[in-house]
Design a protein around this ligand. Structure first.
Ligand SMILES: *Cc1c(COP(=O)(O)O)cnc(C)c1O
Length: 365
């Protein structure tokens, strides 16, 4: 049996006719950028999350970069972020000339809230939390810290579409929530796409101007902006997928529940669920000391897996300038050596799930 880690084609096939119909509709409409599909998607995604505004942008990195910039973060400022994230979270900070201050994760793979305060200085302007793998961070503690030190709070929700903490959607706890709709994400488009949600009307208005060459009216440019727009085809396709998102999340959650219930190999540590949280399982990331052996064994048995992420950002060339070295963030580094993401996509059959579970349970060294 051959099982992909994420099967794009199978997720597409779940609603293929609706996607084709929508793509055709947009193609035939003769309008491709900043039109009704985007407006409607922005309304619908804001409503889904229970917030006032959504701004569609080109990708998740742009969402983070632009949000921090328009919150006034720039050179000389420090932004606290977890060390174990996809490098884009950190690039969203450094793209603005601000300095990322890296903090170790807790056992749920979110930022360790008990290690934040020791990193706060007079230059600290914001905390960027990342709800990694779809598991919400410890928002109660983090919101308290932001209030105490008057810091901006931005949430990287690229992996947490639909996830909640104490019944409240991720992305709604602070100034803004930043989403990626890259194809592999839980709400994924069919190309690059991103978005920002916020209850701050002024921030929303300025983001809409900034994403479109700083223009609020055609050929009238009030500020220096960028070109980062979510196009009509992607917005239309996202609208189709959004209608099915609860069902997609439910399908993925059922698979993860089986993994949690039925994987019982003592060599493997399963992910834990934070109290009062509902994860939407962007990844099902297990830990194993013999991770490389396990990955090879699964691959030999036709099971494709990924490592999220094999190289911690502070050890990559891009962030050598931070001056951190191996051993400086031991928890993050240990995670990078032991994590493995199992196959997970809506449309995975019961037989395939059985096969993954049984094969993992038979792994030994
Ligand atoms: C995917 C991802 C991003 C970047 O999104 P893009 O749309 O690829 O730019 C940022 N942060 C996290 C945590 C991600 O997983």
């Amino acid at each position: 049996m051959e099982i992909k880690q994420y099967d794009y084609k199978r997720e597409f096939n779940l609603y293929a006719d609706e996607y084709k119909k929508k793509a055709n509709e947009v193609l035939e409409s003769g309008w491709y950028v900043l039109g009704d599909e985007l407006k409607n998607f922005e309304r619908e995604w804001a409503d889904f999350n229970g917030v006032k505004n959504c701004i569609g942008v080109g990708c998740g990195l742009d969402a983070i970069t632009m949000t921090l910039k328009l919150l006034g973060i720039g050179p000389g400022d420090e932004v606290i972020v977890q060390a174990n994230t996809y490098i884009a979270s950190i690039m969203g900070i450094s793209q603005n000339g601000a300095t990322p201050i890296l903090v170790e994760p807790d056992s749920f793979y979110g930022i360790d809230a008990s290690k934040i305060e020791e990193k706060i200085t007079s230059h600290t302007k914001a905390i960027l939390v990342v709800h990694l793998y779809g598991m919400p961070c410890d928002m109660k503690s983090i919101v308290k810290i932001c209030e105490k030190y008057d810091l901006r709070l931005v949430e990287d929700c690229a992996q947490s579409h639909g996830a909640t903490y104490e019944g409240k959607m991720t992305g709604t706890f602070g100034d803004a929530g930043c989403f990626s709709f890259f194809p592999s994400k839980t709400l994924g488009a069919f190309g690059d796409a991103g978005g920002i949600i916020t209850n701050n009307d002024d921030l929303a208005r300025r983001l809409k101007v900034y994403r479109n060459y700083g223009s609020s009216k055609r050929y009238q440019h009030d500020v220096v902006g960028v070109n980062s727009r979510l196009d009509e085809i992607q917005a239309g396709l996202l609208r189709v997928k959004l209608q099915h998102l609860p069902e997609i999340i439910q399908k993925r959650t059922r698979i993860c529940q089986r993994y949690l219930d039925e994987i019982n190999n003592p060599l493997i540590e399963l992910p834990k669920i934070r109290e009062n949280s509902i994860s939407t399982w962007h990844q099902f990331a297990i830990r194993c000391k013999q991770r490389d052996l396990l990955q090879e064994y699964l691959s030999e048995n036709g099971i494709d897996t990924y490592i999220h992420y094999p190289m911690p950002p502070h050890l990559s060339g891009a962030y050598r300038y931070l001056g951190l070295k191996e051993g400086d963030l031991p928890i993050t580094e240990e995670f990078a050596k032991s994590l493995l993401s199992l196959p997970l996509f809506a449309g995975m059959t019961k037989l395939e799930q059985d096969y993954v579970i049984n094969t993992i349970n038979e792994f030994s060294v």
